[in-house]
Design a protein around this ligand. Structure first.
Ligand code: SF4
Length: 467
């Protein structure tokens, strides 16, 4: 059977796009491969938000040339922001790429997969290819048997905010909001196909407005949460400026919403926020945090922080550190500023690399201490989590995600079976140890639906021997 392998870099917007490509491929008769060496078509969905993501994507694209050399019938497709940005350069940098589709050309990519389908009829993978060592490398997301449990539904494309460090408006264009009725219809379809958790995705998701009625993002969440069969709802990635008290009060009335919000701070200093064109002051950011604490005191708040943005002084950095040390963020994605071609900040005087690295190390340590303490508080509790799949590092373990987005890893129960766990994917994990990256524990119950108590799961063999 013809198969397609999809590897995704970057944000949930890209994961949503990959899901669309997977749906189109499946509808055209492909199976979804979980290893590149098993596929006829390799799709690399790329990201350019950080220099590192761009380099990793090119590394992977070049890596896949090994497969094309072993089997010239393999097709390599690049999509996502890098495809948009480097459309012309790509032929020079990676001439083995067969096709490039920008972020607004996913429908054409789906059509191309459909038109290629017959070329792979009766494909037998060559001996040469079978002998290839697994290509390895860790992608951010590979579409697999559990992917459909988490449905990404795009509510908006592009962004009109033009933060001075960000390439998104340049490669994805300005805001384009989908009408609510289209979004609701797509959520219904995903639920009918087995989705247990729906993630509403937009580059600035809470800026969404229905182009017809003017309804806001809180209204949209209410409408989606009322759909039959919806078990959990979540959203990414909001902008602090667009949260209103009305919207947060809407969230508080929706028990299906996952108890977490991502509030990308970027910097704790007013001077930096101005230079970044973030459209809020530090005081306004603190007000949004206070609103969440007032209406949703149990929600985890996570954030993004950039260190070493052009012009950042020691005092600016200390303002960020102060907020991090206060323990307000359950987790943070921290980055050293990296130049993005075509953005205003790329032309400004840069912070010395040594200074940048030293600040980053301090910030990283400070947030790790806070994150570890957040995870420590889970020890001894039993948490409901949705299965992600076998752990990438240890195939005898299962990776799960809690509703506040903490990774919980546990030994695979003796009755583990991919199809069974895809049908009954809600796992109660008794948390035993905590780390910066998440928690470990034991799976004690398994349920088909989020609201069900679930049935007991047999203890892993190792536990039985120990008792
Ligand atoms: S809000 Fe800023 S960082 Fe976010 S996508 Fe828009 S321009 Fe980029």
């Amino acid at each position: 059977m013809a198969s397609v392998y999809i590897e995704t870099f970057g944000c949930q917007m890209n994961e949503a796009d990959s899901q669309y490509v997977a749906d189109r491929a499946t509808a055209a008769g492909y199976s979804i491969a979980t290893r590149p060496e098993d596929a006829n078509v390799l799709v690399v969905n790329t990201c350019t938000v950080r220099d590192n993501a761009e380099r990793r994507a090119y590394g992977r694209i070049n890596h896949f040339n090994v497969l094309k050399e072993a089997d010239p019938g393999v097709r390599l497709v690049v999509t996502g922001c890098l495809a948009e940005q480097d459309r012309d350069r790509m032929q020079k940098l990676a001439p083995h790429v067969d096709a490039v589709f920008g972020t607004s050309e996913l429908v054409q990519l789906g059509d191309t997969l459909t038109s290629w389908r017959e070329d792979f009829e009766d494909t037998e993978f060559t001996q040469e290819r079978a002998l290839l060592l697994p290509l390895g490398g860790a992608a951010d997301a590979v579409t697999d048997a559990f992917s459909h449990l988490r449905a990404f539904v795009t509510v908006q494309r592009g962004c009109s905010y033009y933060c001075t460090f960000c390439i998104v408006p340049h490669v994805r264009g300005r805001f384009d909001h989908r009408p609510a009725r289209e979004i609701v219809e797509e959520v219904r379809e995903k639920l009918a196909s087995g989705a247990r958790e729906v993630m509403l995705v937009g580059q600035t998701v809470n800026a969404w407005r229905d182009p017809i009625s003017g309804a806001d993002f809180g209204d949209l969440c209410r409408e989606v949460a009322a759909l039959d069969g919806l078990e959990r709802l979540t959203f990414i990635s909001p902008h602090p400026k667009d949260f209103t008290e009305k919207m947060i009060a809407d969230f508080a009335a929706l028990p299906a919403l996952n108890p977490r919000v991502h509030l990308p701070l970027q910097s704790g200093s007013d001077a930096m926020l101005r230079r970044m064109n973030r459209k809020y002051t530090r005081a306004q950011f603190d007000e949004k945090v206070a609103l969440f604490h007032r209406h949703l005191p149990d929600w985890a708040i996570t954030t993004d922080i950039i260190v070493g943005f052009p012009g950042e002084t020691d005092d600016d950095f200390e303002a960020t550190m102060g907020l991090v040390r206060s323990g307000v963020f359950a987790n943070a994605f921290t980055f050293m500023y990296s130049i993005r071609r075509g953005t205003p900040a790329a032309r400004w005087e840069q912070v010395d690399e040594i200074v940048k690295k030293a600040r980053y190390a301090r910030l990283y340590d400070a947030q790790n201490t806070v994150t570890r303490a957040y995870h420590d508080r889970k020890i001894g509790s039993t948490v409901r989590a949705l299965v992600v799949g076998p752990s990438k590092k240890d195939a005898t373990k299962l990776t799960t995600k809690t509703s506040d987005n903490v990774t919980a890893i546990a030994p695979m129960p003796p009755d583990y079976d991919e199809a069974l766990y895809a049908r009954e994917p809600w796992l109660d994990v008794r948390i035993e140890t905590a780390h910066v990256w998440g928690c470990t524990g034991t799976i004690v119950r398994r349920a088909a639906h989020a609201g069900e108590p679930g049935a007991a799961v047999a203890a892993p063999l190792i536990d039985l021997i120990a008792t």
